[in-house]
Design a protein around this ligand. Sequence first.
Ligand SMILES: [Zn+2]
Length: 165
Amino acid sequence: MTSTSHVFIGAAGYAALAFHTPLPLSMAATTAAVVGSLAPDIDHPSSRVGQLLWPISYPLARLFGHRGLTHSALALLGLALAVVLLDGAVVTTVTAFAVGYTLHLAADACTTRGIALLYPSRQRFRAPITVRTGGLGEWALTGLILALAAASVVLHPAGPDLPWP
Ligand SMILES: [Zn+2]
């Protein structure tokens, strides 16, 4: 998936999830989710986050390859441990980041390339229906996810009474 799709999916997915759960529906938390939705591609020097943080991106790409460690269950386990072990207000930020991160991996699993979820095993995991990164299918899938996220809020019995400032 492209960075643009990840941003849309991360923001809409987190906002919809926060609407239905005790997660905070704040601009700060949604921003953390968006950052998390871009973070896994730090292992790709040509990605937006990879270009921004190239001193980290190049060694990661060389050591683990794209869609390797950063796109694996090990990375998710590390984030889960951080959520459990951290304390205070930072837990909210890390949780929102982890939601965005997880949405990134789920979105990449919907592409033909899939993800190495059980890294260091190189076996690729894919959703039953996949799309090509950057293709029309990606935009259709991103649009569908945005529509589902919006519908889950608008059609909720409580209505779209969003607590945005
Ligand atoms: Zn990715």
